[in-house]
Write a protein that binds this ligand. Structure first.
Ligand code: CA
Ligand code: CA
Length: 366
């Protein structure tokens, strides 16, 4: 319970960061269609409205575009109307002004990054009905006098995350702990296949005193080191924290993971509708090998509540404000772009305080 309260507090702290509660958790903004994307909960929406330039590229800039003629919004809470309870439906024009200087770079480290620091939880998605070569760019973009200074960087993945997913939910916790002593346990979603589940310490459940586990032999230690040899691999060791420096003599991790965002490997997140242990929520494996969990809804449909992203490629070819671009051939499927800054990765105010405007573009080349 303590852990959940802590997670909730962190999540709320994240909500304030960037100034817009509706943007704090995963919002998948479609950069493939050129159509407006609604984010947030009724009756308050943020609307990302891209344009298509003369070269046929979808452009999403820092300064928000006007709603296009004929824009109606959510049918349950129409633009200019009221919801079922009579509340006015509020539509805010959203531009990209929330890129942090460290959001992407932190995700390249073994401690990973916090997805809130990418663009307040905004991810950029597109869908290909068939194979195409596509071009994606990210650059700084001025808004209200700010915008210069972003060192752009982004990562491309196959798949997409559930709406409203975030780093700390119980189903897929960043640093999961047991209920009785608050000490680390293996992540059910992120541990490597073949992880033997042998803890480095044994803990007395009554006193919570930790002592070395004789079963955690040198051989087992080597097994862990092999399973988690890639610091930015698609799996995380949250039992023994082999990737991040191990445990101290009281069984506490020397270094916790910052979040789940992995800029150089696969990763996964869940939303609050994913319930650990709920047998009605089935985990399935997609044709590309990624896994996903769905929650059955009363109308017979299914809600995506947990999913894995499969890493394809990261782009940070330049240091400084130069635009980053990726041209890549992709098969049919759903894709996600995680974008933010590669300016710095430390705790200084100069690093963590500024947020920058940016512009992302997407185009099918052939
Ligand atoms: Ca995960
Ligand atoms: Ca860069």
């Amino acid at each position: 319970m303590k852990q959940n309260q802590l997670v909730r507090a962190l999540a709320l702290a994240g909500l304030g960061f960037g100034g817009d509660a509706a943007l704090a958790h995963v919002c998948n903004v479609d950069i493939g269609s050129g159509e407006p994307t609604l984010c947030g909960d009724s009756p308050q929406f943020s609307v990302y409205t891209p344009t298509v330039d003369k070269h046929g590229a979808v452009v999403l800039p820092a300064l928000p575009n006007p709603f296009p003629a004929g824009f109606t919004g959510d049918p349950n809470c129409p633009y200019g109307g009221t919801d079922a309870s009579g509340n006015a439906c509020v539509y805010g024009k959203a531009g990209l002004i929330n890129f942090s200087g460290y959001g992407w770079l932190m995700g390249t480290t073994p401690l990973l990054g916090d997805s809130h620091n990418l663009h307040g939880g905004t991810f950029f998605t597109f869908t290909l009905a068939e194979s195409h070569t596509v071009r994606i760019t990210l650059a700084g973009d001025t808004y209200f006098g700010n915008g210069a200074g972003l060192d752009p960087a982004f990562s491309l993945y196959a798949g997409r995350l559930p709406d409203d997913a975030h780093d700390g939910v119980g189903y897929d916790s960043t640093d999961p702990v047991d209920d009785s002593c608050g000490l680390p346990i293996a992540s059910k979603t992120d541990q490597a296949p073949g992880d033997p589940g042998i803890p480095q310490y044994l803990v007395d459940p009554d006193t919570c005193v930790a002592s070395p586990n004789p079963a955690f032999t040198v051989k087992v230690q080597r097994q862990y080191a092999k399973l988690y040899r890639r610091p930015n691999g698609p799996y995380r060791d949250t039992l023994n924290y082999i990737q991040t420096g191990g445990l101290d003599e009281t069984d506490n991790p020397l270094h916790l993971f910052n979040g789940q965002f992995n800029a150089k490997g696969g990763w996964s997140m869940a939303n609050e509708d994913a319930i650990p242990g709920d047998p009605s929520q089935t985990m399935v494996t997609n044709p590309d090998g990624t896994r996903a969990t769905y929650k059955p809804l009363p109308d017979g449909s299914q809600e995506l509540v947990w999913s894995e992203l499969r890493f394809i490629k990261a782009k940070n070819a330049h240091t400084g404000p130069q635009m980053e671009a990726m041209t890549i051939a992709l098969p049919a499927g759903h894709y996600t772009v995680a974008a933010s800054g590669a300016n710095c990765n430390d705790q200084s105010i100069a690093c963590v305080a500024p947020h920058y405007g940016g512009k992302i573009t997407f185009k099918i080349i052939e």
